[in-house]
Design a binder for this molecule. Structure first.
Ligand SMILES: [Zn+2]
Length: 140
């Protein structure tokens, strides 16, 4: 389960709409307790993939490291990532799975036509296991 406030969830949706027709990507910072993750901040990152920005994202490792360091100062870890799928369902692609690490939450926001949105979160525990959908719990 991944828990986030309505304000953070809305920001993720806004980032996804703003990036349309390109993919946005960002990091989720918070704390994990077993498979329950609480997100305290969602940080938009630059999508480095310019050639295929409509269907792939690439995070700048240096930018991510900077965000990780800033989070660590406040006692926050990177617990997951979010990205958008312009005009595609909120299911992870093969490419998404290849690039993913176990135990992180991967929130995918489908943005149809720049306005209709649907979000799902995906996770897996074993390196060779498939992605499974996990509950997104929105708190106040
Ligand atoms: Zn994707």
């Amino acid at each position: 389960m991944v828990k986030l406030t309505k304000a953070i969830f809305d920001k993720i949706i806004e980032d996804s709409k703003n990036a349309y027709p390109h993919e946005c990507c960002g990091a989720l910072l918070g704390n994990a307790d077993g498979d329950e993750k609480s997100v305290s901040t969602a940080r938009l990152l630059q999508n480095m993939n310019k050639e295929r920005a409509a269907d792939r994202y690439e995070i700048d490792p240096a930018e991510l490291l900077k965000v990780e360091k800033e989070g660590a100062k406040e006692g926050l870890d990177v617990v997951g990532f979010y990205h958008s799928h312009p005009d595609h369902p909120s299911k992870p692609s093969g490419f998404d799975r290849e690039r993913a690490w176990p135990d992180y939450s991967y929130i995918i926001v489908a943005v149809a036509g720049g306005t209709e949105v649907e979000a799902e979160s995906w996770t897996f525990t074993e390196m060779d296991a498939p992605f499974e959908v996990e509950e997104i719990k929105i708190t106040d």
